[in-house]
Each structure stands twice: as C-alpha cells, then as structure tokens.
Design a protein around this ligand. Structure first.
Ligand code: MOS
Length: 742
C-alpha cells in the first residue's frame, strides 16, 4: 500500500464544507434559542454613568438587556480570566464594571426572541459617559513606551529580546558600509471570513454545551469554568469547523462570555454573533515602529545588527512577542543588540496574528538587507549567502536542518532571477516599470505535548480523536493520512474527531505546532495499538507471530505483519476475535523531548515581480515564487494552500492592509471589509510554491509545520521589488500609490 504521508490528498472534510453539512458556531439551532446583540462603547476611555435600556426593553420580543449593573455573577480576580494565551496583566472582563478601556468595548447585550428584534432594540440603548482623555496614536506615544515586563515563566522569557552579543555600537561605527532606517507596520486585523460567534445550549441542570468559534476548545472550556465557577463536567465546548482563525481565536473572545451570561440569566439557550465592525474590537496585529541598523565590511559580511522596536498594547495587558530577535537569528553576525518597548494605548490588547512578530520584524530586516545590498552593489541573494548562518546565532548551536540555501537556489531558478538587471527603473513592460525583489522568511518549528486516542474495530475502521482544532489548515486530513499509514489502513477507514473539549488533551492550534505535535502523537498511539494487537495475536493457537517482539511487526493492509517474514501475519479481525473484543482503544500522551542542543526553524526564499504604472503609480504584484524549507511535507496540497494563503496575506501587508484610527475619538474608522483593504482576486496573479527537500530528525516524522512561514518575508520581497521598479524606497506599509508618487 502506497503511503498517504507526502501525497496531495484532498481534504477529508471538503465535502461537508462545500455541501453545508459542516456546522459552524452560529449554525446550531435549538428550540427556544434566544439571540443576543452586543452594544459597544462609543468612547475610548472613561466610565459609564448611565445606561438607559428602557426603550429597548419595551420592544415586543426583547427578553433582557444585560449590563454591568444587572449581569449574573462572574469571577472577581484576574487569575480566573487568564486563558492559556493571555499575556501578563489584567485580562479584559466583559460587562464587569463601568470602566471603558477602549472604543468598541462591549457594554450591553440585548437579548430577544429573534436577531432582528435584538438588533433593533440594541439601537435604542442610550448610554451616558464620564469621558477621560485617551491616547490611541502610537506615533504620539512612542516616547512613553516602556520595556516589556520581566518574565514570570519560561514561555514569557522566550518572548523577551535575546541577550546581546559582541560590541555592536563599536562594530557599527567602524564598519565600511552602514544602513540605518526606520520602518513602520500599521495595526492590522485578522478578518477571518466566519464571524466570531457562540451558541450556548442550556441543557438544564446547569449544564452548557457551547458551540464557539475558537482555535482552542479546551482553552475556552477552562476559561468559562473559571470565570463562571462551573464544574468541568458541566461544560462542553465544541468547534469542529472554523472559517479562519489566524490567531484571533487563540484567546476566548468576549462573545462567549456574553452568551454564557445571557444563558445563565435567562436559563435558556442563547446565541451571540458579532458583526464585522464589532470584530475590530477583538485583538489585532500590533503596529510596529522599527529602527534597524545593519553594517557590513566591504566584502559583504555582516558586522553589526541593531534592531529596536516599539509595538502597541493596551493599558491593561502587555502583549508582546519575540519582535526583534529574528534579526539576530537569521544571519551570521558577531555583534548584535535589540531593544523592545511597548506603547500602552487606549485600545483592546493586541494579539497574535499569523506569523506574529516575524511578519513585521522580518519585513524591516529584509528591507534593510536589500538596502545594504544596494549600498554594497551586491546582488541581494549574494549578500544573504555571504551572511549565511549554519548555526543559530543566539545560542550558537546547529540547526536540526536548514535548507535555506536550496530555497534561494530553487526559488531563483523558478523565478528567472538571473535575468534581472540590478539597476532600479531599468526593466519595463510598456508603460509599466518592472521590479524584481526578494527576501528571506523564517519561523520556528515547535512541538507541544498532546494526547491522542485511537479506537480500532475488527472491521478495520479506526477513530482518531484529539481536542485540537482544524482552523482551515487541513488538520483533519493530515491526521487521517498519518493514522492511515501508522495503522496500515485505507484512509477511507479513518474517522477523525477534533474540536471538542471532551476529547484527549490538546493546546490551542497555533504557532504552526499542531501538525508535528498531533502527527507524532498519532504515531505514538498507533504504536500502542499495534502492541495491544500483538499481545492478542501471540495468544492465538499456533500463532504465526508467537515469538515476534513489538519492534518486529508492522501494521499493513489491515494485518499485523512480521517485518522479517511477510508471510507471517495475523489480521486485525482475527486478533480481536482472539481477545473476545470488537474494538481496542489506546490513549497516549506524547511529550516531545526538547532538544536544547539544536535549533529548529522553517525558512523561505520569496521572489516577487511588481509592475508599477509609471504615470499613476498603481502597483500590481504579477508574480511570486516562494520556496519553503519546512521539513517533511505531509500533504503538498494542503501545505501548498497554507503557503499560498500566507503569500496572499503578505501581498496585503505590503500593499493594502491598514487599520485606521480617528485619534480624536480613539475609534477605528475602517472597521469593515470595504474600507479595510485586503487583496482580492484581481490583486492576486501568478503564485508558485516550492517545497525544497529538508530531511529532519528532530521528531520521528521530521515535521516542522507550515501554518505561518508562508507570510514571513513576503511584504519585504514586494517592497524590495517596488524599489527596484521605481527607485523609490517606501518604508511605511502599506505601499500605496500616493507614497510611490510622492
Ligand atoms: Mo497563530 S497567529 O499562532 O494562530
């Protein structure tokens, strides 16, 4: 039987999705379901002095209007609101008290018999405030930015700037060639297609079944139990399908709190669906002001890297990631230092968004490297090869694997880079200026503890279960592929269960860590299934496997087969019959050995072609080649889609995306998908994804994960291409036509 791992398998959940059989959080209907509509604050900071819900309550069909004044009880301490992805600080508590922390904050929930009645009644709620001065402008607050707080655990420590090395200031001053500039990435919002929603089914006896849009059902489960003081067995959270997460669903969002509050207040089932504008009150990619200095000697090897960043967080939590460390990691350089500061603004807390920290930081680094290459009159690939690092520069340790060189080579060849004329404004297509740019991408390859349960029946069908999520990445499919191979069964015989808090333990799906974690978890558990089958098979009269040890047998074609002699085999059905059971079940936790002696990262080389209308400044990205090294690729089709989506997002980051705030009101102005621009079909042309071969042994299957690497570096490749086309260096994303023409 040919292996499924490595083949371009179609999504096993594809049919359910295209036929509408797949139900999302807002798709669940039960008798007596009530509907909640959120009322949000219209000021950025202050206190609510009065909420007049009289007119709303008078509308026929309105059941209640919940506010901080009349809501059911909820926890009164920060710890209860700390979810698995919470940064340090005091988490936001929806409808907790009269304080306003950001514009767009939920302050009331109108619950009615229909969504239409609730929406109308919500428009009648009158709120009076005691306003306070707010600050929402990063540029205005940059001098007040503060260092991230000291880490209280190893995970937080990993997000602090790495330790400096060498004497970067002296090295910078002494270097033959220097480039120093400031780069800016604005606030961006995730905008997944599916709206955030929670349907809370009130089961009676105080039990709740919660259909929630989330990347972590067990994270939401723990959170809801602690916020409302509920017993774990009385709450079940389900999220088997998700219409995009991108990091917005890592933390429990406020709609789930509001829906549970209403269900408890009314003792009935309640659904809350956010509107698109309300989703701009959730987290966002923090804006980032970056100052980068890179210096080299005349031969084009790096002498110094200095990277300073200021990012945005709220007044109540300090969200940050490893913003500046990517610069010191990627290239060989003896002198490096970093500084990271947080500007606390009157906004919701920022959060993870695809390739968090790297997407922004590597944009600046790879733009600066391009500028350095220009100053050195060196081909940008050549500069990167001269600085190529075979070792993790922070810890001075080898990589488990690093095929970035091959990414540069294969990417350049597929793109036709050798035909590039290095001079800016030298390449044309009619009235368009043509630009070719490239950049490097980098992300981390992580593995987390996870538990997988497999139940195998005598009919040769297996169920594989884990509480992870499939946020659209293809987790169902790769789980089925790995299980089919590990159990020696056709993929049609595998059913996958996920997205249910009652299933075996999984952390949130994020950080590109689930593919490696759950796949190796499946292999571990399948090994236990094999051992159990062997135990039964050996007890058969005249068993052909009587003397076989576990390592000597494999599962193949529905049988347990001796690796030494294929003719010695026992079918699954016969083994189970021997045991007098119709199914066997195993549940195993896989705790990855953390190998501190080696670094594990994914890499990419991105090549972009832009065409810029010389008169109008209109920029089109006409071609992108992304060559990715990410260990073993389980499924070239779903993995290719991950990279493709990341590249499209990178185009958006380069040219379109920007959350705009009216600082007079501290309010987001373009909180919709008409005025918040994302790339649409007309903006996306030829994208080619290449996976280079990268054998890796840091986990049994050699998987690194591809969820985030696709976006990292793309914005820089496009920005560098715009410079090559026009001679104009725009260091302020998005690169809109006015900035090119200015
Ligand atoms: Mo990802 S930004 O960890 O969902």
């Amino acid at each position: 039987m040919a292996p499924y791992i490595g083949t371009a398998t179609s999504r096993i959940d594809g049919l359910a999705k295209v036929t509408g059989a797949a139900k999302y959080a807002a798709d669940h209907n039960v008798a007596g379901l009530a509907h909640g509509v959120v009322v949000c604050s219209t000021i950025a900071k202050g206190r609510i002095t009065q909420i007049d819900a009289g007119a709303a309550k008078a509308v026929n069909g309105v059941l209640t209007v919940l506010t901080h004044d009349n809501r059911p009880a909820m926890a009164d301490n920060d710890q209860a609101y700390k979810d698995d992805s919470a940064p340090s600080g005091s988490p936001f508590r929806p409808l907790y008290d009269d304080r306003i922390l950001f514009n767009g904050q939920p302050i009331a929930l109108v619950v009615a018999e229909t969504p239409e009645i609730a929406r109308f009644a919500a428009s009648l709620v009158r709120v009076e405030y005691d306003r306070q001065e707010h600050a929402t402008d990063l540029h205005g607050q940059r001098d007040r930015a503060v260092p991230p707080p000291p880490a209280t655990d190893p995970m937080e420590a990993a997000f602090l700037p790495p330790k400096p090395r060498g004497t970067p200031d002296q090295a910078l001053a002494a270097a033959a060639v220097r480039h120093e500039a400031e780069y800016y990435v604005p606030i961006e919002h995730h905008n997944p297609m599916e709206l955030f929603a929670s349907t809370v089914i009130f089961e009676g006896n105080g039990r709740l079944t919660i259909h929630d849009k989330t990347q972590g059902v067990q994270n939401v489960h723990k959170y809801v139990c602690s916020v409302f003081g509920l017993q774990p067995e009385d709450v079940r959270v389900l999220s088997p399908f998700m219409g995009g997460g991108f990091g917005a669903g890592l933390r429990p969002q406020f709609q789930v709190v509001l829906a549970v509050l209403a269900a408890r207040a009314l003792q009935r089932s309640v659904r809350v669906v956010l509107t698109r504008p309300q989703m701009y009150g959730l987290g966002y990619r923090p804006a980032m002001i970056q100052r980068i200095a890179v210096a080299s000697n005349a031969a084009g090897t790096l002498e110094a890297i200095i990277h300073d960043a200021i990012t945005v967080t709220s007044q109540y939590e300090d969200f940050h990631r490893q913003e500046t460390g990517w610069s010191g990691l990627l290239y060989k350089c003896d002198h490096a230092k970093y500084q990271h500061r947080l500007a606390r603004l009157d906004l919701a807390t920022s959060c993870d968004m695809r390739g968090p920290s790297a997407a922004s930081a590597v944009y600046a680094l790879e733009s600066a490297m391009d500028e350095l290459a220009v100053a050195l009159k060196l081909d940008p690939i050549e500069l990167r090869l001269r600085c190529y690092s075979e070792r993790d520069q922070h810890e001075d340790r080898p990589y488990s694997s690093k095929a970035l060189r091959e990414c540069y080579r294969q990417g350049a060849e597929a793109f036709g880079w050798d035909k590039r004329n290095p001079a800016p404004r030298s390449m044309r297509d009619g009235s368009d200026l043509v630009g070719w740019g490239m950049a490097t991408g980098v992300w981390e390859a992580l593995q987390v503890p996870i538990t997988v349960r497999i139940a195998l029946g005598g009919n040769g069908h297996a169920e594989v279960a884990c509480a992870t999520s499939d946020i659209g990445t293809g987790t169902y499919t790769i789980m089925a592929q790995v299980a089919a191979d590990a159990l020696g069964l056709p993929i049609e015989n595998i059913s996958v269960k996920l997205g249910d808090s009652s299933l075996p333990q999984s952390p949130v799906e994020g950080g590109s860590w689930i593919a490696a974690s759950v796949s190796n978890g499946i292999v571990t558990t399948a090994g236990a299934i094999r051992d159990e089958l062997l135990r039964l098979a050996r007890r058969m009269p005249n068993s052909p496997l009587a003397n076989a040890a576990p390592g000597e047998v494999a599962l193949s074609d529905g049988r347990l087969v001796s690796r030494r002699d294929e003719k010695r085999a026992v079918s699954i059905a016969d083994a189970l019959r021997q045991g007098g059971v119709d199914r066997i079940e195993q549940e195993k936790t896989t705790n990855p050995d953390h190998d501190a002696t080696r670094a594990s990262n994914t890499h990419a080389a991105i090549f972009a072609e832009v065409k810029v209308d010389e008169q109008l400044g209109v920029i089109r990205v006409t071609r992108i080649v992304s060559a990715v090294a990410a260990g073993r690729i389980l499924n070239p089709r779903t993995a290719g889609s991950q990279i493709l989506g990341g590249v499209v997002w990178g185009i958006g980051m380069a040219l379109h995306e920007e959350t705009l705030i009216d600082h007079t009101f501290g309010r987001i102005m373009n909180a919709n998908i008409a005025e918040y621009h994302v790339p649409v079909n007309a903006d996306v042309h030829d994208i080619k994804v290449i996976f280079v071969d990268e054998p890796d042994d840091s986990n049994p299957l050699g998987i690194k994960g591809v969820g985030e690497i696709g976006i990292v570096g793309v914005a820089a490749a496009v920005a560098n291409a715009v410079h090559h086309a026009t001679g104009k260096r725009v260091r302020d994303l998005p690169i809109t036509l006015d900035k090119v023409q200015r």
